[in-house]
Design a protein around this ligand. Sequence first.
Ligand SMILES: Cc1ncc(C[n+]2csc(CCOP(=O)(O)OP(=O)(O)O)c2C)c(N)n1
Ligand SMILES: [Mg+2]
Length: 373
Amino acid sequence: MYYNMAEKKNKINFEALMENINADFPIYQALDQEGKIVNEELVPDLSDDELVELMKRMVWSRVLDQRSTALNRQGRLGFYAPTAGQEASQLASHFAFEKEDVLLPGYRDVPQLIQHGLPLSEAFLWSRGHMAGNLYPEDLQALPPQIIIGAQYVQAAGVALGLKKRNKKNVVFTYTGDGGSSQGDFYEAINFAGAYKANAVFYIQNNGFAISTPREKQTAAKTLAQKAVAAGIPGIQVDGMDPLAVYTVSKMAREWSINGNGPVLIEALTYRYGPHTLSGDDPTRYRTKDMDDEWQLKDPLIRFRNYLAEKGLWSEDKEEEIIEQTKEEIKQAIADADRAPKQKISDFLKNMYEVQPQNIKEQIEFYEAKESK
Ligand SMILES: Cc1ncc(C[n+]2csc(CCOP(=O)(O)OP(=O)(O)O)c2C)c(N)n1
Ligand SMILES: [Mg+2]
């Protein structure tokens, strides 16, 4: 098709070109911030039990975040990237996938990883930098959380092609952030997966910041979802504080992909209440209190609690019970993690390469001698 609209000579309406792009990326929302349905078509067919299960997982994740923060401050955990605020974006998306689907998480996606089958004690060991935190159960279809921004996307494109070649009715699903969507790896991955119509659902959890860099300084693109266009794949922007919309969009994307149509890119609009990580950034230096307050009103737990309470499916008592259970589960898991044998440098080195180069062999000998004293 050639451009043939009547225009003045040598005049191209660039503004109109931009408007067309932006108009194609509305925000999908099912529940407003009070928990009222605003779009019946996006309300998923989940049973009452499933709805309650999803809420339980979000409450579990909020408690895990609070306890992990406390444990980190007590020196009992290592690396930790807070998740509060992102429960719908994380747990409601994960809820749409099957156990045989492959999860490639980023460093903030530990809650999904645990829900996918990683024992909590191992997640704690991973946080401590212990090797045992990377020894996954045989049936866990996942890789450890990626620290290199965007790298999990490239790995996901490869896994997705593998699933496609084996005619699997499964997908890989992976997460990066708004910052991650500026990386070369991001574009290469969606481009490659698009070209091969591979089985993948790519998430951008847009929480507004890459450490302290605001989304506006990240890119001139009006939405991050529209980055899908150049890869020739569908891109959807969803209210990432709305568990029902996130679930529906995810479920539909998964189906689209397992049916041979290729990958989907989903941008979830969300917010992290805490700092970037617990390694020392101070969010008050790059965010205002007004901004925090505004997002707190959109909290996914508040709106889902209201929605479920209205249906007679949720109560304060029930929530209290989940909170207590989760605290107990965390206590046990930390105790299990504490029982793991102290990490030896020699073991660490032995796990670096399948075939050890000479210098590593020498280091192993050196540390084994030292450790046996
Ligand atoms: C390739 C690479 N560059 C830089 C970093 C340092 N770094 C760690 S997190 C981060 C910000 C990522 O922000 P975003 O993708 O928005 O994810 P969020 O942390 O907000 O979930 C940066 C730059 C890194 N880990 N990897
Ligand atoms: Mg971010």
